[in-house]
Design a binder for this molecule. Structure first.
Ligand code: ADP
Length: 629
């Protein structure tokens, strides 16, 4: 484009210069014509003078004719000496114009004399002197005009040359300016190209750096996950020991003070476990994002579980816990919903010195579940409300300090609600209480009818004895001893094994009713041992023991062929649930008492009989937990 532009400009300049030259030539030739006319007039006038001088010696008719002819030639030039013509061609000279007019006048004057001589040729001899004088006057006048025209012509040429060179100069300046503009444009484009290629190079470098950073971040995140998994195992294992030992301690005859202290140890152990779970869950959500696992959940059953979980804490705090829940079943991620509720209700109990906690669940627009947890507690100052739902954020007050916590519960809840496609929020007034709410989409809403009440009481369940033989595979001595003692407290016969390899040997010689298999063990881990046992055709129950709370660990258990898994720490309640689930003589009805808050395996779900009653009237369920009088 630039080259074409340059070529066009050069061509224009060339044509312009040519045109100017041609114009110049035309003007020049016209001027030279005028000059030629004056010169011819002068030449004819000189010839006239010569003819008159000849006739002066011999004034014959012949001589008169020659003089007459010569004058005719002079006269014929009169039109060439037109003043306008001169003005036009030498427009700068009024002097020349006057000279031309005067010359014309004199020629015409002389013509009248010749006209008179035509009528009377005899008087020619007398008129010769007058004619000679007139002719000489015309000769000298035309001569002067030749000189002055020549001079004007020369001056005009000089002017033309000056004008031309001025034009050329201007043209050269213009071309130079345009060339400069072009060079500037080319330079700018060059700079721009350089800038673009530099930017591209920088972008390439940056993206290379970014991918390096991404790799480093991935490695860091992997390292973090591994670190957390290890730490979780390392922390949960002794915690398992502490909580299990306290459970066993509670089975013995304790004095009131000893029981109180044992309770404190138990509560502290569970609080520590909550913090570990929060941190693990948070980092897991952070590293892997939210994975939704949908299941059909009966809301009244979920409410039952919550009221079971919180009944002791509510009673201890002297609070009333009211649950309003519609008798419906919906499809949602029940484990995650329960996790949010545990956090919101747990917070409400923590931050309510006295009064009531309300859990209201309702269905909006058939496919949106609204859950409200309302308390009459200390409330949250308006200016602090924006800090809620942020990672590791706690409101600075004595209650938060007193109860501790990771400051992650609400952040995790928000991530879960967002992952489920819903919204979460809070309305609160200092001193009046808070309402934490969330709304999530649900599907397949059905009416749910609660099953008949259970025939046996919890107390009875706790004291049931099971005549079964369990193989307990656990490498940690303390955990092994505690789990063994806990199983034995239900009348179970327990054989132990320190690792998967020993367990496989035991399985060769004895058939057990249940194998409880730890996952992480030296020599051979629980997953490999289970896989090998299943490949060898071992079909009895295997329950995994996992210290890790990551979903992939649980999936690993199920994929390896385990029937169930229990998250550590192993408590008497969890063992009781496992035993009741697989070995209870009472018929299994609707039961959702998950081993570790929703860690229900697909196999387990399959075994559960499900009752689905449609088109039944929906009666809202109310659960009231009042403080003991
Ligand atoms: P934590 O595990 O520390 O309780 P959360 O994220 O669950 O972390 O809560 C963050 C903070 O929000 C708490 O420390 C507390 O200050 C405030 N908060 C949460 N729920 C309530 C409530 N119901 N009433 C008053 N303050 C609350």
């Amino acid at each position: 484009m630039i080259c074409v532009g340059v070529a066009l400009i050069i061509a224009t300049a060339y044509i312009f210069a040519n045109l100017r030259d041609r114009q110049q030539l035309i003007r020049q030739s016209v001027r030279e014509d005028a000059m030629w006319a004056v010169f011819q007039t002068h030449r004819e006038a000189s010839r006239l003078v010569d003819a008159i001088l000849v006739s002066k010696i011999d004034p014959s008719d012949e001589a008169f004719k020659k003089v007459n002819l010569s004058f005719d030639l002079v006269y014929s030039r009169i039109s060439l000496l037109d003043g306008g013509f001169f003005t036009e061609k030498f427009n700068e000279s009024a002097e020349l114009q006057l000279d031309a007019q005067s010359l014309q006048f004199n020629i015409r004057e002389m013509a009248t004399k010749f006209d008179a001589l035509q009528k009377k040729p005899s008087s020619f001899a007398e008129s010769i002197e007058i004619l000679l004088e007139d002719a000489r006057s015309i000769q000298s006048q035309s001569n002067e005009m030749v000189v002055s025209t020549n001079e004007k012509l020369g001056r005009a040429r000089v002017n033309d040359r000056a004008t031309s060179s001025r034009y050329y100069e201007q043209l050269a300046q213009l071309v130079a300016a345009m060339a400069a503009v072009f060079i500037g444009t080319i330079a700018l484009q060059f700079l721009q190209l350089r800038f673009i290629s530099q930017t591209q190079r920088q972008l390439r470098d940056l993206s290379a750096e970014n991918s390096e950073s991404a790799k480093a971040a991935q490695a860091a995140s992997k390292a973090k996950s591994m670190f957390l998994a290890t730490m979780s195992h390392e922390i949960r294992t002794p915690l398992n020991g502490i909580i299990g030992a306290v459970d066993l301690l509670n089975q013995t005859n304790l004095s009131e003070e000893q029981a109180r202290r044992a309770l404190t140890i138990r509560r502290c152990g569970h609080a520590l476990l909550d913090v570990i779970n929060d941190i693990l869950d948070f980092s897991n959500l952070d590293a892997k994002g939210f994975v939704c696992q949908l299941a059909r959940v009966a809301l009244p059953k979920m409410a039952d579980i919550l009221s079971d979980i919180f009944q002791n804490r509510v009673a201890d705090a002297g609070l009333t816990f009211e649950i309003n829940v519609p008798s419906i079943r919906v499809v949602t991620d029940d484990v995650r919903v329960r996790q949010i509720l545990l956090n919101l209700v747990g917070n409400a109990i923590k931050f309510t010195p006295h009064g009531t906690i309300n859990l209201d669940i309702s269905l909006l627009d058939r496919d949106v579940l609204r859950v409200e947890v309302k308390d009459s507690g200390i409330g949250i100052p308006r200016e602090d409300q924006s800090k809620l739902f942020q990672d590791f954020s706690q409101i600075e007050n004595s209650a938060s300090r007193r109860f501790g916590g990771s400051g992650l519960g609400l952040a995790i809840s928000k991530r879960i609600v967002t992952g489920l496609g819903g919204t979460i929020g809070v309305e609160s007034d200092t001193g009046k209480g808070s309402t934490f709410w969330f709304e999530i989409p649900v599907s397949s809403v059905e009416v749910y009818v609660a099953p008949p009440p259970k025939l046996h009481s919890d107390k009875a369940k706790e004291n049931t004895n099971y005549d079964i033989h369990v193989l307990l595979v656990e490498d940690q001595l303390i955990n092994r001893e505690i789990a063994k003692a806990l199983f034995e407290s239900f009348g179970v016969t327990v054989t132990t094994a320190e690792n998967g390899e020993i367990a496989l040997q035991r399985l060769k010689s004895t058939t057990y009713d249940l194998v409880v298999m730890d996952l992480q063990m030296p020599i051979m881990d629980g997953v490999t041992a289970t896989q090998m046992a299943r490949t060898r055709g071992y079909s009895a129950l295997i329950v995994g023991l996992t210290a890790n709370a990551f979903p992939e660990d649980r999936k690993l258990c199920i994929d390896a062929g385990m029937d169930e898994f229990v998250a550590k720490p192993v408590t008497r309640d969890k063992i009781s649930s496992v035993l009741e689930q697989f070995f209870s003589t009472t018929p299994v009805t609707e039961k959702t008492d998950l081993l570790d808050l929703g860690q229900l395996s697909p196999a387990h779900r399959r075994r559960r009989p499900t009752r689905l009653l449609r088109k039944c009237p929906s009666t809202p369920l109310q659960i009231l937990l009042h403080p003991p009088p």
